[in-house]
Design a protein around this ligand. Structure first.
Ligand SMILES: [Zn+2]
Length: 179
């Protein structure tokens, strides 16, 4: 079985309305947190900025969390603006839902495929795995990578999940020989 790997090439942008200029795109830039301790309570925000007017906005990661409820290593990561922590918070679906943004993955990911394709005997089985939660439509991914028309995808591909619904969970496809 051939592995195809979906992985990000950078952090995605955020689709988030700017109250100043009306732009709907924001970035985490180099990735910064702000931590504020108020007695025994902590606030942690991820800072994002509008790509068009640079207005900065704070997205709540923790609000009024008891200091003792946070893992000290995690807290140190917020203070250090740890890039992995920035990525894991940004890509956390709960964080996105709470702060009312969606991720804009355009141009922020790639599909890595082995070149051994031509040596395989038909039908070819491909396993698509996700290193990052990029939502992709299986039919488009397959059509694009194999240079197939929509009709060919329908005729030659079988897949263990619906072909037209975006997913970021792994799936398997089988490609039949062409005519
Ligand atoms: Zn703006």
């Amino acid at each position: 079985m051939l592995p195809w790997v979906v992985r990000r090439t950078r952090l995605p942008l955020l689709s988030l309305l700017c109250v100043d200029c009306g732009s709907e795109s924001a970035t985490t830039g180099e990735g910064r947190f702000r931590v504020n301790a108020n007695g025994k309570l902590l606030h942690v925000w991820l800072l994002v900025r509008c790509v068009s007017c640079n207005r900065t906005r704070k997205l709540a990661v923790h609000e009024r969390a008891p200091v003792t409820s946070l893992d000290p290593a995690e807290l140190a990561g917020y203070h250090a603006n740890d890039p992995e922590l920035v990525a894991s918070r940004l890509l956390d679906p709960l964080f996105a839902r709470r702060n009312r943004f969606t991720l804009d993955w355009k141009g922020a990911w790639r599909l890595d495929t082995p070149s051994a394709w031509l040596d395989e005997a038909w039908p070819v089985k491909v396993e698509v795995v996700f290193e990052d939660p990029v939502p992709v439509r299986p039919d488009r991914l397959i059509a694009h990578r194999l240079g197939l028309s929509r009709n060919e995808v329908l005729r030659r591909i079988t897949c263990d999940i619906p072909l037209r619904r975006p997913t970021s969970a792994g799936f398997t496809i089988t490609v039949m020989a062409g005519d």
